[in-house]
Ligand binder design. Structure first.
Ligand code: ADP
Ligand code: MG
Length: 388
């Protein structure tokens, strides 16, 4: 029989080797994939991410009378990084340490005294693939620190504190999608999130039960949320909502699109149409998953991609090729996922054709002269928790 401590022995051992004593415990938080609902979050709309079976684990020990933080990553090459909690500066250029430091900082800002701590990180979430390796670190760390400080915080409070760390310390103007998936996900479920009232409903999404898997195709094309593409899309959405006299695009339905077409210039109209139809697709995906299961959502994924490619214009040739080559080889549906301009696509793939789809995507990229993409299957997995 293996105990939880036994299963996490590798991390306890690494912690002991680096810091010379025992960790208090091991916590984990997963990366995430957004199944559908892209660029709807800042329009008060709907998103449907799920936690994946790639996760960051952290072994942590608090240093009760200290303000020193020591951090090590198994994936890092920079050894032990050391910081003083009393001299942290937002956007201080701390490299990956900004993520654990950011949540410690946010906890302190909310009035929870965080002692010094030592943390050993080991993550299987690929970095920079759009699967939120950075949020996995934040969510694992905040889950550990919340428990070790005895703070009684709800999952929703943890989501908001993690967002505070991202926005005010890391300096990334992100919403709550990533944290909600990582902190609130459950095995075999997607997290249906209403970004207006922040309510969450877990929706059965059991691809395996339908002999399906979700293939992630990481194009290796660099994405950046802070670039002008994101800001200009956001601005267009705000302009569209203002012109139509609603607080946010969430308040429009597909029935409002003819009026929008009359009032808006073509570019703004297409931006608005993406968001309005994408919100509708999230709702349709939720009801299809509830009534028919994962095999029923392929055409919604396809339509989402077309909308992002043609109306929102956030795709790129590599993402389009990932989607079309996966579909041609037998995927039921595929779309780019994440902010766009690179990053990953997802393809809902019957197990029976997985190897065909993988081979076809690799072949298409090679023929096009693109960098070889990384492909891996993910399944909807449990959210952040203590492991040992
Ligand atoms: P994403 O979150 O989509 O993977 P980001 O650019 O937001 O991409 O975050 C990637 C950053 O997170 C990396 O540059 C690195 O600083 C940090 N990171 C993620 N995982 C690890 C890890 N295992 N060890 C060290 N740093 C990591
Ligand atoms: Mg990130």
């Amino acid at each position: 029989m293996t105990s939880p401590e036994h299963e996490q022995q590798d991390l306890f051992t690494s912690f002991r080797e680096v810091f010379g004593h025992e960790a208090d415990g091991v916590w984990m938080a997963p990366g995430r994939v957004n199944l559908i609902g892209e660029h709807t979050d800042y329009n008060d709309g709907f998103v449907l991410p799920f936690a994946i079976d790639r996760r960051a684990r952290v072994a942590v020990r608090t240093l009760p009378d200290s303000r020193t933080v020591r951090l090590v990553s198994a994936q890092g090459t920079d050894g032990v990084l050391e910081f003083d909690l009393d001299s942290l500066e937002p956007q201080g250029g701390y490299g990956w340490a900004t993520y654990p430091l950011g949540v410690a900082w946010a906890l302190e800002r909310s009035g929870i005294r965080v002692p010094g701590f030592e943390l050993f990180l080991d993550s299987t979430v690929p970095l920079g693939s759009g699967l939120s390796s950075s949020h996995a670190i934040e969510c694992a760390t905040i889950t550990a620190l919340a428990e070790l400080t005895g703070a009684s915080l709800s999952a929703q409070e943890l989501v908001l504190l993690t967002q505070k760390g991202e926005n005010d310390f890391v300096g990334a103007p992100t919403g709550i999608l990533d944290q909600s998936a990582s902190l609130r996900g459950e095995r075999g479920h997607a997290v249906f999130l209403d970004c207006r009232d922040q309510s969450v409903e877990l929706i059965p999404f059991d691809a395996e039960a339908d002999d399906l898997l979700m293939l992630v195709i990481d194009t290796r094309v660099a994405h950046s949320h802070s670039d002008g593409g994101y800001a200009s899309r956001r601005a267009a959405c705000e302009a569209g909502a203002a012109a139509l006299g609603v607080p946010a695009l969430r308040d429009l339905g597909v029935d409002d699109l003819p009026r929008a077409k009359e009032l808006l210039d073509d570019l703004t109209f297409r931006r608005v149409r993406h968001v309005v139809t994408e919100d509708a697709r999230v709702l349709e995906t939720v009801s299809a998953l509830k009534s028919e299961g994962a095999a029923a959502i392929g055409s919604l994924l396809d339509a989402s991609h077309v909308s992002m490619r043609d109306d929102f214009e956030i795709s790129c040739p590599e993402l389009d090729l990932a989607v079309s080559s996966a579909r041609d080889a037998g995927a039921l549906g595929a779309r780019m996922t994440g902010g766009g301009f690179g990053g990953s696509a997802i393809a809902l793939t019957p197990r029976a054709v997985e190897s065909q789809v993988r081979a076809a995507v690799l072949e298409a990229f090679s023929a096009a002269g693109f960098t070889e993409p990384q492909l891996f299957a993910v399944s909807p997995a449990e959210g952040a928790r203590r492991l040992a």
